[in-house]
Design a protein around this ligand. Structure first.
Ligand code: LER
Ligand code: MN
Length: 278
């Protein structure tokens, strides 16, 4: 059985696919009650969090924090790693370093997804902006190496960013940075938009993948769209994937029902798979 987690946020956020947004205690209690193994914590600023309280609560509920998601820094405050404005870039780097500090205490990974922001310049400026962003990523990865934290590059679809849309583009950056602490986070929702063949792309990228986001083609819970999750689970088993799976879905019809539906569907697929291979 895979370790399955769900994305939750202590604060109300502009970013949609998060559950129990604004009520961390309720989010953690429901996550445990529904049978998840852990959470992904979507944070604006790690400094807002009562870390001692969180560690005690996680221990009590036997939950892990698989990863810290960091996109709110861009979606809420407009600070990004590829910002052309130095001040905004520095603020994004500072937030990310604080997330890395927190991750080292929680034993989790840190995601570089939405916090990349967007390339806004053209011509010469575009190249300059790409260089600045890649330098920012290098700086954060070095920081993470010292803290023994894994950073994950999440390719995101073209309607949200123009920096790294496909797994292949993510791998190119990972190779370029050349650190064992930089890995890949495929998200099935984005892959459905960007990849020629989701299933082949996962197989091709297997040695880089350290975590995966599950959402169906419409960003609802797995089983509500047209992505073949049975095939994806089969591939993950075939490539001997041992890490966590993160459910990152819209709270529809509501947070609780969405979370309940996702875990029930994924566990039923796993059961079916085990019976077939008995
Ligand atoms: C985050 O995990 C994600 O999938 C993006 O849509 C936004 O950053
Ligand atoms: Mn995602």
């Amino acid at each position: 059985m895979f370790n399955i987690g769900i994305s939750i946020s202590p604060k109300k956020s502009r970013f949609g696919p998060l559950l129990f947004s604004g009520d961390l205690n309720k989010g953690l209690e429901n996550t445990r009650m529904l049978g998840y193994d852990g959470i992904e914590l979507s944070l604006l600023d790690s400094k807002d969090l009562d870390c001692r309280w969180l560690i005690d609560k996680l221990k009590m509920l036997h939950l892990d924090v698989h990863a810290i998601a960091t996109g709110q820094t861009y979606y809420n405050d407009g600070y990004s790693l590829f910002s052309f404005e130095e001040d905004k870039r520095k603020k994004a780097i500072e937030r990310l370093k604080n997330h890395i500090d927190l991750a080292s205490r929680l034993g989790s990974m840190v995601i570089i997804g939405g916090i990349r922001g967007k390339i806004t310049e053209e011509g010469k400026g575009e190249l300059e902006q790409k260089d600045k962003g890649e330098l920012a990523i290098n700086e954060c990865v070095k920081y993470a190496e010292n803290k023994k934290v894994i950073i994950l590059i999440e390719p995101i679809n073209r309607y949200e960013t123009n920096i790294i849309n496909t797994l292949e583009e993510g791998i190119k950056l990972i190779e370029q940075v050349g650190s064992n602490n930089l890995k890949l986070l495929p998200d099935t929702f984005h892959m459905n938009i960007e990849e020629k063949d989701i299933y082949q792309s996962l197989i091709k990228a297997q040695s880089y993948i350290e975590y995966i986001h599950f959402a169906d083609s419409n960003r609802l819970s797995p089983g509500c769209g047209h992505i073949d999750f049975k095939k994806i689970l089969t591939i993950l088993r075939k490539i001997n994937y041992k890490n966590a799976v993160g459910v990152e879905i819209l709270p529809k019809p509501d947070d609780f029902e969405a979370a309940k539906k996702a875990i029930a569907y994924l566990r039923s697929l796993e059961k079916e798979f085990d019976l077939q291979n008995f």
